[in-house]
Design a protein around this ligand. Structure first.
Ligand code: FNR
Length: 340
């Protein structure tokens, strides 16, 4: 097995869960500011990485993986999160997974394999929750990574209805040498409104030596203390939070929630500083505003198309314009290609 130095550990951690479109760089940095210990990227599909190119972006101070065909950002990261960011891959193939892992291991603290996504797209491709019923395939992916990659490997699963069946699967996965396993306490068929199976997570945590990361508690999480309660209910030392953080990322603050207005301003600052796309920025703020999108201000927000227009709603138009001018004057051409 490959030797890992200064590796990330998964005990006693509060973690930003992987969330498609939500877990981009601004949200991850915000979660770290507010107190998250580890931040997961959104799920990124292996072949998307394989058709990307790694570049150091000197203007933004980021490492970018850019789609070779259209230059769009597949994954953007920066030094600040280097020791805390776990990238989540969607994959059904050990060779492809390993190729991607070797491409990115220098830039991330850990690599996670998505084994819980119940969406049609994932299942049809043999990814996500499809792997729960193919433990040999799942193990071959994890083995390929744990044996050849220099950062810790984890996976994120859903539970089966049967506790023993879940435990058997977890034991199989753990035998590959993974560093931790995140468990969403719902079955593949269950939706967010279903009760999370905290007892199943607890039973697994009692029987497994590596850190179990409890997930699925957001329905009952309204404040920081609820995170602690969820952790105790699941008998785990680590928890992973998705929807509660998507709605108000300051849920990670032990001192208590911040007003949503302040959270949006903090978020926008990072969106501007890291040149986040207007569409992604808008999506994330929509998920924070929820029903507030129906207010006159919310409706004005929905009409915005540029980052500056979005920022102007929160009196940050000037901040955005000045930053964008600065980026422009430094020139996008200073992006330096590091690996072909
Ligand atoms: C998710 N979830 C998810 N899970 C995953 O493994 N990879 C992903 O990319 C995503 N994407 C995603 C997007 C959005 C918008 C949501 C709300 C959720 C599932 C998520 O990580 C988590 O397992 C569930 O939301 C349950 O945890 P909470 O929300 O109760 O904390």
């Amino acid at each position: 097995m490959t030797r890992i130095t200064n590796k990330l550990t998964y005990d006693n951690k509060i973690i930003l869960a992987p969330m498609v479109r939500v877990g981009t760089l601004p949200m991850r940095l915000l979660a770290l500011d507010y107190g998250a210990d580890i931040v997961y990227s959104e799920e990124l599909i292996d072949w998307k990485f394989l058709k990307s190119v790694r570049r150091e972006n000197d203007v933004l101070g980021t490492i970018d993986y850019l789609d070779k065909s259209d230059g769009s950002v597949v994954f953007r990261t920066c030094k600040r999160e280097k020791d805390k960011v776990v990238i989540q891959l969607g994959t059904c193939d050990p060779e492809r997974a390993l190729k991607v892992a070797k491409m990115i291991e220098q830039d991330v603290a850990g690599i996670d394999i998505n084994m819980g996504c119940p969406k049609e797209f994932s299942l049809k491709g043999g990814m996500g929750a499809a792997l729960l019923k193919q433990p040999e395939k799942a193990k071959s992916i994890l083995n390929a990574l744990t044996q050849n990659v220099n950062v810790p490997i984890t996976c994120k699963i859903r539970v089966f209805e049967d506790v023993e069946e879940t435990l058997t699967l977890v034991k199989e996965l753990v035998s590959t040498g993974i560093a931790a396993i995140a468990i969403h306490g719902r079955t593949k068929a269950e939706r967010p409104q279903h009760q999370n199976r905290n007892e199943t997570i607890k039973k697994i945590a009692e029987n497994i030596a590596i850190p179990i990361i409890a997930n699925g508690g957001s329905r009952e999480i309204e404040k920081y203390q609820d995170i602690v309660k969820f952790k105790h209910q699941c008998g785990c030392s680590s928890v992973m939070i998705a929807r509660a953080a998507e709605g108000n990322c300051s849920i990670f603050r032990p001192q208590g929630l911040l007003d949503l207005e302040n959270v949006i301003i903090d978020y926008l600052k990072y969106a501007v500083d890291y040149d986040n796309s207007p569409s992604n920025t808008k999506y994330c703020i929509q998920n924070m505003l929820k029903e507030l999108q129906e207010t006159p201000r919310g409706k004005r927000f929905l009409e915005c198309q540029t980052l500056e227009q979005i920022c102007a709603i929160w009196d940050m138009g000037d901040y955005c314009r000045k930053k964008q001018l600065k980026f422009h004057s430094q020139g996008i051409l200073s992006r330096r290609e590091v690996t072909p």
